[in-house]
Design a protein around this ligand. Structure first.
Ligand code: ATP
Length: 329
């Protein structure tokens, strides 16, 4: 089975800006793949390269084993859901959804049938006659999704599709998108700058920074075994420890990362620290420690005794929780 998408040394430069810089990427067929990274790191440009809205400055792209070179967007078997949904306000929901079919010359009966089937998929059956202006943000998002699915693409590109939704709706749509993706078996490529969203939804994640992929892996790998300081910092809320502190704690002079939830307080054989602050987060309490002048966050489960500011404490961690990242990470 060929990869759904493969990039070989793909770059896209705009003048002196290296939006995408020598990227190698392989996305499996049927995978839910997230591109995660800060604003301006090149995620959207990668998506646009897959869609065919953008051409590489150099390098090679294949979609399902076939070169994308010279293949226009509408012939790529790829569809995009944009953050702003881009619905036509004057068309009703059914006509919005069936738009791609109309362009392809499908007859009225087929359009009506397929649009209704797609609306059922996104749990909006019977909404065909409404105008986009008569829908909530979440419903508009579903219509945009139905419109992309009606063409039965092999790859669906989603550019921050949940960005405009409030937290609760966002969480609900995250679940629904995951279920829908697995049920349809379509390859989803999802762009987000929200690490929680990437971790909870994706089968695999590529972490972007400055036009490059810093690491690709399962959410577990990215979270537990970040390979660089950037990934450790960006994904989750890991403590990044200097080589000096790592040497003191673990006897090896390398950068390392240590997750706040992997640290325990009160172990008498542990290391010395001073509490510099505490914040109640609802389901947990964050305690900030000063350890030889470096700040370390600890996440205590709710109900655990919370030390006070200025108190001297001892802390410890499971041996394999401290993750080494090399001398120059
Ligand atoms: P965001 O999360 O903010 O959407 P992103 O990771 O998707 O960011 P891109 O939109 O891919 O980032 O942009 C990467 C870099 O390329 C940025 O520095 C951006 O300003 C630049 N860039 C993107 N498109 C163009 C363009 N058409 N012309 C010039 N520069 C561009």
């Amino acid at each position: 089975m060929p990869y759904a998408v493969s990039f070989q040394q793909v770059s896209r430069h705009f003048g002196t800006v290296r939006a995408v810089d020598a990227v190698d990427l392989e996305i499996e067929a049927g995978e839910f793949f997230a591109m995660l990274g800060p604003s301006g790191s090149g995620k959207t440009t990668c998506l646009r390269l897959i869609a065919g809205f953008e051409q590489p400055t150099s390098g090679h792209i294949e979609i399902f084993g076939e070169t994308a070179e010279g293949v226009p967007p509408y012939r790529r078997n790829v569809n995009t859901v944009f953050q702003d949904y881009a619905l036509f306000p004057h068309l009703n929901v059914a006509d919005n959804v069936a738009y791609g079919l109309m362009i392809r010359g499908a007859g009225k009966a087929e359009r009506t049938r397929e649009a209704e089937a797609a609306l059922e998929m996104v749990k909006l059956p019977g909404y065909g006659a409404r105008k986009p202006g008569q829908l909530s943000g979440g419903q508009r998002q579903r219509v945009a999704l139905a419109r992309a699915l009606v063409n039965k693409p092999k790859v669906l590109l989603l550019d921050e599709p949940l960005g405009a939704l409030d937290l609760k709706l966002r969480e609900q749509m995250q679940e629904e998108l995951k279920v829908l993706q697995k049920a349809l078996g379509i390859t989803f490529v999802f762009v987000t700058h929200d690490q929680g969203e990437a971790l909870s939804m994706a089968d695999r994640i590529a972490v972007f920074n400055e036009g490059r992929i810093m690491q690709t892996g399962t959410p577990e790998e990215i979270y537990r075994r970040p390979r660089t300081r950037f990934v450790a910092d960006f994904v989750g809320s890991s403590n990044v420890l200097s080589p000096q502190l790592t040497e003191r704690l673990a006897g090896v002079a390398e950068w390392s990362s240590l997750r706040p939830e992997d640290i325990r307080l009160g172990d008498e054989s542990g290391q010395d620290a001073t509490v510099t602050g505490t914040s109640f987060l609802g389901s947990a309490t964050r305690v900030t420690l000063d350890v030889s002048g470096e700040k370390i966050n600890v996440l205590l489960p709710s109900g655990a005794p919370v030390p006070s500011q200025g108190e001297s404490v001892r802390f410890s961690w499971d041996k394999n929780a401290l993750h080494l990242m090399g001398a120059g990470a």
